[in-house]
Design a protein around this ligand. Sequence first.
Ligand code: HSE
Length: 432
Amino acid sequence: MTNSLKIGVAGLGTVGVEVARLLAEKGPLLAARSGRPVELVGVSARDRNKDRGIDLSNATWFDDALALARDPSIDVFVELIGGEDGIALASVTEALGARKHVITANKALLARHGNELAQSAEDNMVSLGFEAAVAGGIPIIKTIRESLAANCVTRVFGILNGTCNYILTRMEKEDLSFEAVLKDAQNLGYAEADPTFDIGGHDTAHKLAILTSLAFGTRINSDSIYVEGIEAVATADIKAADNLGYRIKLLGVAVATDSGIEQRVHPTLVEKSSQIAQIDGVTNAVVIDGDIVGEILLAGPGAGGSATASAILGDVADIAAGTIRTPLGRPAAELKQYQNARMRAHEGGYFIRLNVYDRPGAFAAIASRMAEQDISLEHILQHQDDQDVVSGRQSVTLVTHETLEENVRMALAAIREDGHIDNQPQMIRIER
Ligand code: HSE
């Protein structure tokens, strides 16, 4: 009989409890598929006496996650503590150094320290599994790293934060303001009490940093990501986009350009007919453009106990089967230096919404500022019925052909300077 693979879980929140429960329930299936029994032998969390609704009496309790990480009784350390530094970093570092395999759902930790942790896993000849860190239950890590190994990826993008997609979907479907939906989401327990990390785009950025490295073979670089959240998206933007055949999504996009890699997180117009536009509510989706395979879209639950535990147990099965991969798809020492493309050099279409003073010459002046910057307009849409606009103003939406971000910013600065608009111009990028 093969020795069982012995698991220690640090962090017993929703995900940790689900992992513990499923290790018992799915143990026989995992053993059948991987060829080796798996068992939970150790757990660690803050409060030993809390009722978590499962029987953990067969697992040894550790008050200290570091002690669990180095304990000789475990083969695999599952880190579900969270946070980019502190005990999460210390315990994962400790476990790898003690030649334990590590599985983590911690995107912040990997975005910040992923290069060094991958190196340490390689040096110690153990696995560092992180399928659960990006898009929850969607098997995006294995897909890029393993299934698409022969492809050169030219672009990867996706809806990587369920909270933001939920808010944008309800704003669109129910004609509600950002503030109203956010409040409702918090009351329903969907959004964190402090939702800044989600709605500000930072959670998406952490996940994007990991995808970028896998897709382009570069060192993880989370400092160079351009990040805009969804706080400034208005229902007027969603309606105007709808009239023009688009939906608005918060996307994380990584794309190879002639001047380097763009990593950007921002509200984005996507064509209503595109696959990504169909993704509603808390669902996540990732699109990969591969040179051999073409375009692939994977969609599914991006968060929650079951989806995250599903990804973690997939990593457990790999380790049980004896598979050890270079965590970032190639040896950490051979990852390319990340070369950042400046956001001002971004080329694409732009959606621009302006509140224009209703007076002679205003439109002509705006059009001429656009022409000065060589910006060609695809659509101009005037909204007669925009209730958000006070009398004496016209709400106008412009959609540009492909143009340079630098030029759009210069044109908008000049339009503001001219005094024909009474708001901060809204500018949303289009992804085609
Ligand atoms: N807070 C994230 C979301 C899930 O709303 O999608 C965890 O990454």
